[in-house]
Design a protein around this ligand. Structure first.
Ligand SMILES: [Zn+2]
Length: 148
């Protein structure tokens, strides 16, 4: 794969790969399409039978796939694949509901839950139904999750 982070490459703010990999803010208007370089990467991954298998990802040379996947899933209200991916690549404001606004407080709550390894029920939570929190993990406000 070509390294698109080299000099001269300008991230396309409408391309979900560019946005995720450059950690740009997710546009409110939504992401429209992959840019040309990333479209060819995407097709190559699909041709290789990409199916979220890490071995396939490595063979495809997509070192940043995990970052893209974690951010892309958060932006669509999908549960993350792992708490580690969230801690490494996702920030609270990246967490979105597919078609409803999400308050900053709820983004923080969900982010804390994800970092604690609670990754299920996200869409219901985004819509206002928080899961049980017996240990007070994500209701707590004195936990410094950013940069921890
Ligand atoms: Zn792109």
């Amino acid at each position: 794969m070509v390294d698109h982070d080299t000099a001269g490459f300008v991230p396309d703010s409408r391309c979900p790969f560019c946005v995720a990999l450059a950690a740009l803010p997710w546009p409110d208007a939504g992401l429209e399409r992959l840019c040309a370089p990333h479209l060819s990467d995407w097709r190559r991954l699909q041709c290789r039978g990409w199916n979220a298998d890490p071995a396939h990802q490595q063979r495809a040379g997509m070192a940043s796939w995990s970052a893209f996947s974690a951010r892309w899933r958060a932006s669509g209200g999908l549960c993350p694949l792992s708490a580690e991916a969230v801690r490494k690549y996702v920030t609270p404001e990246m967490i979105r509901h597919p078609f409803r606004p999400v308050s900053p407080e709820r983004q923080q709550e969900i982010y804390r839950a994800w970092c604690a390894g609670v990754v299920a029920g996200v869409v219901a939570w985004l819509a206002g139904e928080a899961p049980a929190d017996p240990d007070g993990l994500w209701a707590s406000t004195d936990v410094d999750v950013i940069g921890s």
